[in-house]
Design a protein around this ligand. Structure first.
Ligand SMILES: Nc1ncnc2c1ncn2[C@@H]1O[C@H](COP(=O)(O)OP(=O)(O)OP(=O)(O)O)[C@@H](O)[C@H]1O
Ligand SMILES: [Mg+2]
Length: 295
């Protein structure tokens, strides 16, 4: 096995990171103590951020399927499609449009309740994307707004919704943005889908270091592997090594599968068109594991 693989799998990567000790978020006791506590503005709704620095790793696919399972179990579930690309809105056949756009929304001009759309699936609603979300970072940092003020804008927006929902899923765009930082502060659980590859582990290490520098007392991080091809040696090796050494990773992983990819054509959650497949079983197992370990 190449040396660089071994370095990364051991929790260190070559180059700039060689000299720094990379802390994996495996000290579950440190964060677990805070699970169950809620912030003052939201004493009920559980918030799941779905995030990765990297793009195309399955954030949107995961959001749609886990939120569907959540709703089917009877939890009143809302997805906020925070990505201006509007992937979740597309999968759920809802126009990605918010009157007034990101600026008005963050200023609390339209109240959020009338903007919420029913997906047609019982108990599952969507606050759609809007192309203007691409400017959200600018609105959050404008006029010298500090971190506290930016977070306040989000909490003011979400507070009225928290009375109506048990679970909120935040489908994020990739990248370390001001929006992402607020998602870290708002979420109870940060779901991090990732490929089993050295570059993905490196990106995850960066995320963990970022989170360690700005600890959020309520946040529980739940990384898991997606797009797994068990015919590939590197996928098998990465998964084996990581699961062996880093208990914070979810045991369940999702295969790279044409059945999952078909969601883009069907524009609906996997369970609506392939409920009895191994892929649907994997999502159900993942959801059970996430709930069992983080709620
Ligand atoms: N397990 C899987 N098997 C096969 N295809 C998958 C799987 N998960 C996601 N995909 C496909 O990979 C592509 C990217 O997935 P998705 O849009 O969910 O990723 P993303 O992380 O949200 O991307 P972005 O960063 O652009 O928002 C989509 O075409 C999706 O259908
Ligand atoms: Mg996406």
């Amino acid at each position: 096995m190449p040396l660089s693989w071994l370095c990364i799998l051991a929790g260190f990567s070559p180059g700039a990171e060689r000299s720094s000790h990379i802390r994996w978020m495996e000290d579950e006791s440190r964060t677990a103590a805070f699970i169950g506590k809620t912030s003052h503005w939201n004493d009920h709704m559980r918030i799941f951020g779905i995030y990765n620095i990297k793009g195309g790793v399955g954030k949107t696919t995961t959001t749609v399927n886990l939120a569907f399972l959540s709703a089917r179990e009877g939890a009143r579930t809302l997805i906020w499609d925070l990505d201006p690309q509007g992937g979740t809105s597309y999968f759920l056949c809802i126009k990605p449009k918010v009157p007034g756009g990101a600026k008005a929304l963050l200023q609390g001009k339209p109240r959020p309740e009338p903007l919420v759309r029913s997906t047609g699936y019982q108990g599952l609603d969507l606050l759609p994307a809007d192309l203007s979300y691409r400017h959200m970072d600018r609105h959050l940092t404008a006029e010298g707004m500090d971190d506290k003020a930016a977070l306040k804008r989000f909490t003011r927006l979400l507070k009225p919704l928290s009375r109506h929902y048990d679970h909120l899923f935040l489908d994020c765009a990739p990248g370390l943005s001001a929006v992402a930082e607020n998602v870290f502060r708002l979420s109870n659980v940060l779901l991090v889908p990732m490929l089993p590859s050295p570059l993905s582990l490196r990106a995850y290490n960066r995320l963990v270091r970022f989170l360690n520098r700005r600890p959020s007392p309520r946040l529980k991080v739940a990384p898991f592997f997606n797009l797994v091809n068990s015919d590939k040696t590197i996928h098998r090796v990465v998964i084996d090594r990581v699961l062996e050494r880093h208990p914070v990773f979810m045991r369940t992983h999702l295969p790279d599968s044409h059945v999952i990819e078909a969601m883009g054509v069907k524009r609906s959650p996997l369970f609506t068109f392939a409920p009895n497949t191994a892929e649907a079983r994997a999502y159900r197992e993942l959801w059970e594991e996430i709930k069992g370990r983080t709620l």
